[in-house]
Ligand binder design. Structure first.
Ligand SMILES: *Cc1c(COP(=O)(O)O)cnc(C)c1O
Length: 408
């Protein structure tokens, strides 16, 4: 028996989690108002070339191999990790959910056939060292330096901003340690690109970078995950190859008009890109660059501070330092009830999140919520959820302070 279900309706929610962000209507409009056109049509190919150039500005780089990988953040990361081959020595730093998954993806790539067969979904190759940093703490330059001095790996990998715990890791320290020990750095910048202002060319020991469509870049989910590879990384790949066609950075770049390390070349077919995805991604990049990377970073810092102080005013303890996300513990009396509170909010289309790995905390994000009205709404709804749980909070006092902070 087969069922034809009714049309799928999905409500508008207040997307106040780690991502996806609240998509700008202009980005959505470019998706649905774009005409159907194939992946080699002139305007589609031109749009990809323009997006590639805007992406270089967004990343702060002259890297020729800078483009978008169709899919989610982990699609971009899969492409970024593709130069890692079985047997390569790798050190990966883990301080939360996402860097934990990065560590798994890296262990899979660096595994021998025997390593994979021994534990197919969670291989433990001896050539990969996972350095665990406790949840709620940042990876520091000293931690990276000590691990690289000891292991002398070929590659080192770290998340720039670990969205699982809301912690900013030390990018400068990571770069400097990689430079000192002659290690090729790979950085997961999924949740920092488009939020923090940084130029990847200022970190020359980091050879490979990957981000996602739907967080700081605020493109539609599943369109393009931005990646960037230095010439050094591409040279290693050109010499050794890798075990993927789709996520081979040299082949992927061809459709973006990068052939034999040169730009501005006629694009070659690699796979069927979407005219809708290209047009909406292009618009998201236009919005980011029009806002200005520096201004946008300052706006996140300003709004996150107000939200963070407001939830502390409600009695919560904040343990994060990212500027797009607040990670908090409920007041002691309510410890252990985080999932219940989040579940209640989500049932009312207020999309906040718990942490996905231990310990359980609450995560409230402000992607594209950079207005007084949006922050006030988030604080107000969160206060209501705490009150519903039985907390005695000074909602009016906290909201007056939010108002005063915006007026200051
Ligand atoms: C969100 C996130 C990811 C995963 O991105 P997807 O788009 O869900 O695949 C990976 N790393 C970090 C640091 C993230 O914040």
């Amino acid at each position: 028996m087969s069922t034809i279900y009714p049309t799928l309706e999905i409500p508008e929610t207040l997307a106040a989690g780690p991502g996806p962000g609240n998509t700008d209507p202009r980005v959505l409009e470019r998706f649905y108002k774009t005409g159907v056109a194939d992946h080699m049509q002139a305007d589609v190919v031109r749009g990809m070339a323009e997006a590639k150039e805007m992406l270089r500005t967004a990343w702060g780089t002259k890297n020729i191999h800078t483009f978008g990988v169709g899919g989610t953040g982990f699609s971009g990361l899969d492409c970024a990790y593709s130069p890692i081959l079985p047997g390569d020595k790798v050190v990966a730093f883990v301080n939360g959910t996402f860097s934990g998954i990065d560590g798994l993806a890296i262990r899979m790539k660096a595994s021998s056939l025997e390593d994979l067969a021994a534990d197919p979904l969670n291989p433990q190759p001896s050539n990969v060292t996972i350095v665990d940093v406790p949840h709620g703490q940042s990876v520091t330059g000293d931690i990276v330096d000590a691990a690289l001095a000891k292991d002398k790996p070929m590659w080192a990998c770290m998340a720039h901003w670990e969205t699982g715990s809301g912690r900013i890791n030390d990018l400068q320290g990571f770069n400097d340690a990689c430079a000192k020990h002659g290690v090729m750095g790979i950085v997961d910048a999924v949740s920092s690109l488009g939020i923090a202002k940084f130029d990847i060319d200022d970190y020359p020991a980091v050879k490979i970078w990957a981000s996602c469509p739907q967080k700081g870049v605020l493109a539609l989910p599943l369109t393009y995950a931005p990646v960037s590879f230095t010439d050094d990384a591409i040279a290693v790949l050109a010499k050794r190859g890798c075990y993927t066609y789709v996520h081979n950075p040299i082949l992927e770049a061809r459709h973006w008009g990068v052939v034999d390390g040169k730009d501005g070349v006629a694009a070659g077919y690699h796979r069927t890109h979407s005219c809708y995805a290209v047009a909406s991604f292009h618009e998201a990049l236009r919005l980011l660059l029009t806002h200005g990377r520096e201004q946008k970073a300052a706006d996140y810092t300003f709004h996150e501070k107000i939200l963070s102080e407001a939830v502390q005013g409600l009695g919560c303890e904040v343990t994060s330092n990212m500027t797009s996300l607040v990670v908090l513990n409920l007041p002691g009396k309510f410890a252990g009830r985080e999932k219940e509170l989040v579940g209640g909010c989500r049932a009312e289309n207020f999309g906040i999140w718990p942490t996905l790995s231990e310990p359980t905390q609450i995560r409230i994000g402000i992607l594209n919520q950079l207005t007084e009205a949006a922050i006030t709404e988030i604080v107000s709804r969160f206060a209501d959820a705490m009150i519903k749980m039985g907390a005695e909070v000074d909602k009016d006092g906290v909201l007056s302070k939010v108002k005063a902070d915006f007026a200051a």
